[in-house]
Each structure stands twice: as C-alpha cells, then as structure tokens.
Design a protein around this ligand. Structure first.
Ligand SMILES: NC(=O)c1ccc[n+]([C@@H]2O[C@H](COP(=O)([O-])OP(=O)(O)OC[C@H]3O[C@@H](n4cnc5c(N)ncnc54)[C@H](O)[C@@H]3O)[C@@H](O)[C@H]2O)c1
Ligand SMILES: O=C(O)C[C@H](O)C(=O)O
Length: 357
C-alpha cells in the first residue's frame, strides 16, 4: 500500500510538471520531462545557443550538452529547433535542454543565461567575402543582442556570426544604447584561427597539434588574421618560405573550407569544436579558475583601434585582462599594418550600422 502511495505521489508530481505554465515548445514530451528535472537546480552554468539548428549550432549544441559545467542548455533558432532539441535532450549527460522557436520565444530563451553563444546568420558561398554577409547578418545580430540586453544583461556573449570584425562592434553599440555595455563580457570568437594555426604549424613541425599554441591576433577575416609565428609555443623557428606558407594558409583557412564545400556552406564542424573550446574556457573563467588565456576579438587598447583580437585572460567578469602583442618580427609588423587598415573600416561599418538607425 505504502509503495503504491509513493508511486502515485511521484507520478502525480511528474504529471504536474507535464503541463507547467509556460513550457517552451509544448509539443515535445522530452522537453516537459527536462523541465521537470530542471527544478532540481543542478549546479552549473546556463548557456543559450542562438542559431542552434544551423551547421555550427547543431554540433555545438551536442558539444555543450557534453560539457559538465553546463546545467541548462537553451537552443534557439527561427527554424527546426524542436527537432534538434528533442534529439539532443536524449543524451544522458547532466545538462537540461530546452528548445525555443522563433522571435516570440527569444526572450524566454535568454532569461537567466550566464553565457550566450551566437552562431546565427548566413554563411559564405564560394567567391564571397565575409563582409558580403554583413547585409543579412548585421540585422540578425542587432535583434539577438537587443534580446540579450533586455533578458540577460550580465551574460557573457560569444559572437560567432560573420563578419566578426563588424558584428562585435554592432553588438557593442546595441549594448551601449541599452545602457548595459560591459566590454569585458562581449567576445568575438576567433578560436578557429588558433585551432587552424595550431594544426598547420604542427604539420610543418611534425608534432602533435595538442602540443602547439599559436597566438593569432588582429581580427577574423583575410589579412586581419595575423598569426604570430615568432611566439609559437613550444619555441621553434621557421624558414621564410614556411612563414609565407603558414601565414597564407591560416589567413585563408575559411576560404579553403568554403571552396571544398562548393556551395554547401562554410566551416561548421571545426567551428563547433573551436566554439565549444572557447565556451568551455569562458565557463571555467566564470567558475573562477586561474590562468585561462585564449585569443578573442574584444574592445581593446592594445592598438589605436577600438577592437582587436589578442590574448585575453578569462575570469568571473569575462575578458579581465588583455595582453599586449609582445615583440613582433618585421614581417609581423608589416602584417599588423595591413590588418589594422582593413580592421578600421570593418569596425567603422559596424558602428555606423547602429548609429545611423
Ligand atoms: N567566427 C568564426 O570563426 C566563424 C566560423 C564559421 C562560421 N562562422 C559564421 O557563423 C554563421 C553561421 O554559420 P553556419 O554554417 O552555422 O550557418 P547555417 O546557415 O548552417 O546556420 C545558421 C543558423 O542561424 C539561424 N538563424 C538565421 N536567422 C536567425 C535569427 N534571426 N535568429 C536565430 N537564428 C537564426 C538559421 O535558421 C540557421 O539555423 C555564419 O555567419 C558564418 O559565416 C563564423
Ligand atoms: O570562412 C568563413 O566564411 C567562415 C569562417 O569565418 C571561417 O573562418 O571558417
């Protein structure tokens, strides 16, 4: 009798959770069960992915569901998020997954988030530059960041949508207009440049890429991607032919993938890997771990430009320290001049997009 009573009590309690007042995507049973579990308040961080049903979004959602630092994972997109959410939510890892579909659900997706990762937007096709994406992606980033400003103004934002050199300034202007701008919490994700640089340098040196660390500074497009090959760890030297080859391969890594995919998009899997690596570093920083250093495109005084990618120390407040570039070779100084010239225009374009509207 007592056992039956206990069983009925548990079933009644579960069924009460089957129809919570404002469940996102009411159609999915798995989401309702997830909601039920979320009430337990597992320790960890709340993470939202905006653009979660896309080429990057889906594998990134998978990787974030596997991250033990994540307790709640919100998957938002304007299409297909119910299916992705149902699928990911069956993984027997700790994070509770909830899906959100379309603009009316954006705010629910964002309330209470500690980290918001944004890969929403269109990717390149062969023959396009990242700047060709500005027309569509600028507006998408503006809308999503307005949602962040309203619903989770203290969240760390990892911005992936291209052109990063312009979308980060757009986000900064949106946050300034909302009166919540904290430059330390807005980070343009350039980790894929570092991931590629580590891989290509390791190939040349004939060592394991996991042992290599190449700082890549500047921005995330063409000549603005500036690998500092003189500062590679472990310390090593390259011939001038190797430096030309590596610099060009790293700067054109994105185009290499766009051409290989022949119209089917740009890097998604390596980007999801890079984004998950960077998000994990941000979460470890939020947790208070010491010595977390990654490259990112942030508001900066390292050069005369208002934004610049360089090594940053991640902490509870986001990018708590921005490291100077260190000694550069003549080759790198020439690269820096070219990078700054292009970056200045891209930053200005992003700022103007918001100020004119
Ligand atoms: N920073 C980097 O290193 C890097 C690397 C690779 C790709 N990217 C960029 O990431 C972006 C996404 O690439 P992808 O391959 O995943 O593209 P994709 O087209 O496969 O996916 C984009 C997703 O964004 C969604 N989306 C569109 N508008 C939206 C909105 N208003 N709100 C929410 N979601 C919206 C789409 O529905 C789609 O699911 C592109 O701009 C691409 O250039 C950046
Ligand atoms: O190249 C692109 O358009 C996508 C991304 O920026 C990349 O570097 O792979």
């Amino acid at each position: 009798m007592q056992q039956n009573g206990e069983a009925s009590r548990r079933i009644a309690s579960i069924s009460a959770h089957l129809h919570p007042p404002s469940t996102p995507m009411q159609g999915s049973t798995s989401l309702r069960w997830a909601n039920c579990r979320a009430k337990g308040g597992a320790p960890g961080f709340k993470v939202a992915i905006l653009g979660a049903a896309g080429g990057i979004g889906q594998p990134l959602a998978l990787l974030m569901k596997m991250n033990p630092l994540v307790s709640v994972l919100h998957l938002y997109d304007v299409v297909n998020s119910p299916g992705v959410t149902a699928d990911i939510s069956h993984m027997d890892t700790g994070a509770v997954v909830r899906g959100f579909l379309g603009a009316p659900q954006l705010e629910n997706a964002l309330v209470g988030m500690d980290l918001v990762i944004i890969p929403a937007g269109v990717p390149r096709k062969p023959g396009m530059t990242r700047d060709d994406l500005f027309k569509i992606n600028a507006g998408i980033v503006r809308t999503l960041c307005a949602g962040v400003a309203k619903c989770c103004p203290h969240a760390i934002v990892n911005l992936i949508s291209n052109p990063v050199n312009s979308t980060v300034p757009i986000a900064a202007e949106v946050f300034k207009n909302a009166g919540i701008y904290d430059p330390k919490r807005l980070l343009g994700v350039t980790t894929l440049d570092v991931v590629r640089a580590n891989t290509f340098v390791a190939e040349v040196l004939g060592i394991d890429p996991r042992e290599v660390n190449v700082p890549v500074v500047g921005g995330h497009s063409g000549v603005t991607i500036l690998p500092l090959l003189s500062q590679v760890k472990p310390p090593c030297s390259f011939t001038s032919e190797e430096i030309d080859y590596l610099t060009s391969r790293i700067q054109n890594g994105g185009t290499e993938v766009v051409e290989a995919k022949a119209g089917a998009g740009s890097a998604t899997l390596s980007m999801a890997f890079a984004a998950a690596k960077f998000a994990d570093a941000c979460l470890r920083g939020l947790r208070g771990d010491a010595g977390i250093v990654e490259c990112a495109f942030v508001a900066s005084q390292v050069t005369e430009l208002p934004f610049f990618a360089s090594k940053v120390r991640l902490g509870r407040g986001g990018a708590e320290e921005i490291f100077p570039l260190g000694p550069l070779t003549e080759y790198e100084r020439a690269g820096l001049d070219k990078a700054k010239e292009e970056l200045a225009g891209s930053i200005e374009k992003g700022v103007y997009f918001i100020r004119k509207s």
